[in-house]
Design a protein around this ligand. Structure first.
Ligand code: SF4
Length: 477
């Protein structure tokens, strides 16, 4: 048995809310996590604050509705009608320690309790962990969130306030992180100095919200205020929102793959709508990789926005080429007997009335492992398409990611092993064309400071390289 999967996965989404008056914070967090579900379906959790008692946390394996059924939410909101909460959704490619690593973590130490959740990956995690272990820290998991919790708690014993402890801990951490941290009296959010993962601030009624994507704010009927700045710490309490700036990196490194695939199209990141970025990429793709065809179709979901852009720029009619089965989820299992193309068609069936006898420009956002594309092309031909011109609205995915996605092994990268013509033959398309890196930068705003290392190999920070420097800093502190 194998699981149906042919795209990289983002590893997490975070959410925090403070100042809820009309609804319990746990319920608003549940809704916020629902909106962030695309960022992780392996496990999820919610921690609620209580000024009277200790922080309460509920978490488990599965999607938000699987972990937080009606009875669970009912009991949680009755027993803990708190005004502040944090939540987390997680994807994990590892089958080990999934239960233990489910976030948020609640940590109890000399100054009280904190709950913490993170999105991202520290490249100097091993060095930091070794130093803390030498000093007597004991870790339950290999999660960076737990590690960051230890760093902050340790600094809290030396500094005055929790936000000062966060400020002291941040220079020790290298890599990508976006954290929500909650004590019994406040919510703190902080983002790495390169701003590699998305994090925004919004308002829902009287409450302030921080979330990985603005779709979690607007889905709750709220308004996006702004992105949390790279290196910024936000402290949200009874007095409202206080911002503390820590040094930004010289150059930003926002993950361009958020625009390509990870984020929801209704989210706005760095002032640019994700739909707009994908639409721009589709327009640029039409200029760089024209094709003669009758219709343009996108592979749902993230290929659709780029297909609309391609159709607009090329003047070729956009058509819905597929019907997507909304009920095939993360647990869809292919039996060994089931033909792969049959499994693909169960998820994504061509709309024969649109494609029969037509030459089709088929748009996808990326080819990573390449296992599905051949079956989609094959199924389109079976439905009567006379030609299939595959166009990819990003460059070939050539290098592994070290910052919290699951593409981290070179041997998984299809495009690196094969020449473009070989890939075209393998997927059975009549032609194949990728968007250039210049085109992608143009579509997403090159001046914004982006990470595109999985396409270029230019890493904003190399895994392991900065470990020694930051370990020394830790020792000094
Ligand atoms: S390497 Fe790619 S997937 Fe990883 S953070 Fe950079 S752009 Fe995003």
């Amino acid at each position: 048995m194998t699981f149906y999967k042919d795209k990289p996965d983002e590893e997490c989404g975070v959410f925090g809310i403070s100042g809820c008056m009309s609804q319990p914070a746990a319920y608003e967090t549940y809704l916020g996590l629902y909106a962030l579900q695309h960022r992780g379906q392996t496990s999820c959790g919610i921690a609620v604050n209580s000024e009277e008692a200790d922080i309460f946390c509920r978490k488990g394996m599965g999607t938000v509705p699987e972990v937080f059924g009606e009875a669970v939410m009912d009991s949680m909101t009755r027993s803990h009608p708190a005004s502040c909460a944090i939540g987390h959704v997680r994807y994990s490619s590892s089958l080990e320690a999934q239960q233990d690593s489910t976030q948020p973590f609640v940590m109890r130490y000399a100054k009280g309790s904190i709950a913490i959740a993170n999105n991202g990956c520290l490249v100097n995690a091993d060095a930091l962990r070794q130093n803390l272990e030498k000093d007597g820290s004991i870790f339950q998991t290999d999660s960076d969130a737990e590690l960051i919790g230890h760093l902050v708690a340790r600094q809290r014993l030396l500094k005055g306030t929790l936000e000062q402890a966060v400020q002291a801990a941040m220079p020790m951490m290298e890599g990508a992180y976006c954290c929500v941290l909650m004590s019994r009296s406040k919510l703190i959010a902080f983002r790495d100095p390169r701003g590699q993962k998305p994090l925004c601030l919004g308002k829902v009624g009287e409450a302030f919200v921080v979330a990985s994507e603005s779709c979690a704010v607007t889905s709750l009927g709220g308004e996006l205020i702004r992105d949390v700045e790279p290196g910024e710490i936000l402290v949200i309490g009874k007095q409202g929102v206080t911002s503390i700036s820590t040094p930004k990196a010289e150059k930003g490194a926002f993950c361009v793959f958020e625009y390509v695939y990870f984020a929801r199209p209704d989210s706005i990141i760095n002032g640019l709508g994700v739909h707009e970025a994908r639409y721009n990429a589709g327009r640029q793709l039409a200029l760089e990789q024209p094709a003669e065809a009758d219709i343009v179709a996108g592979i749902p979901d993230s290929g659709i926005d780029a297909a609309l852009g391609y159709a607009f720029e090329s003047g070729i009619r956009f058509a819905y080429g597929f019907v997507k089965n909304r009920y095939v989820g993360r647990t869809f299992i292919e039996s060994d007997q089931m033909a792969r193309e049959k499994a693909v068609a169960i998820k994504l069936n061509p709309l024969a009335a649109e494609v029969r006898g037509k030459s089709v420009v088929l748009i996808d956002d990326s080819i990573v492992r390449g296992t599905t594309s051949a079956h989609i092309v094959e199924n389109l031909r079976r439905a009567g398409a006379s030609a299939v011109h595959m166009r990819i609205s990003s460059p070939p995915f050539l290098y592994p990611c070290h910052y919290g996605t699951d593409i981290s092994r070179d041997d998984l990268l299809f495009a690196r092993r094969q020449a473009a013509e070989h890939i075209r033959l393998q997927i059975g398309a009549d032609s194949l064309g990728y968007l250039s890196i210049r085109g992608l930068r143009k579509a997403t705003g090159s001046s914004r400071g982006i990470c595109d290392a999985c396409f270029t190999g230019h890493y904003p920070v190399e895994a392991g390289k900065s470990g020694d420097k930051f370990s020394k800093k830790l020792e000094r502190l």
